[in-house]
Design a binder for this molecule. Sequence first.
Ligand code: GLY
Length: 261
Amino acid sequence: MSEKQLIILAHGGAGSDNAHSDGTDRACQLGLELLQARTPVLEAACRVVEILEDDPRFNAGTGSRKRTDGTVRMDAACMDSHRRFGAVSALQHIKNPIHVARHVADSENRLLTGEDALQYALELGFEKVDMTGGNSIAPSTDTVGAVVFDGTKFAAALSTGGTGGSRPGRVGDVPLIGCGLYAGEHGAVCCTGHGESITLNLTAYRTYAMLEQGIAPQEALDIALSWFEDSQDIGLLIVNPNGHAGGSNRSMAWSTLTGAL
Ligand code: GLY
């Protein structure tokens, strides 16, 4: 039987320091080990993002930045090429929002928000924690994310503390399907950066549509970056069966790792 190619890409968000790619390297390494242990692709993508959520240098989970009212509200989403999609928005008090999003993907719902999303997480057995303790050392970074290919299927996962200092109630691109992320039979895409611009450009879905048309990941990346003005930070990770690409119009810690099964 022929070998399956495994590909994992992870990023620490548009604006993250390139020197912090040791964190994204570690996340990719875990992703490869999980795929080699035949972990389902959506679970693997979420576990990669969990590593990034636990790294206070990145703006997600533990590193989430505060809103103007001093609260931390997090968004997360995941999707695989079997059209499993789940998201949470404005979630408080949960260390790893990506795993709540994964549970939503397995439920009859697609997006849960606010206090009700917290209630859902607590019912599932997630622990309630104080996320406002000042762990974040992510001064101007954005969403963390990963895209994964297990040789057959694709998945994408994202998590964010949102735009630091933003108005309570504001939600960005992360929990909106086709905006922050998209995965299908032709590949997977995840985005990071200015949420309003990413949303208006339907960035992940339109990038995925290029893969569907046979455009290579690097060319799709260059085209997608051109949709944004210099003042709008944007970064993307893209994978398809033939290759992968990642980049940003800002600094961005990101890594890729390939392997075989
Ligand atoms: N890109 C994350 C956000 O704007 O909330």
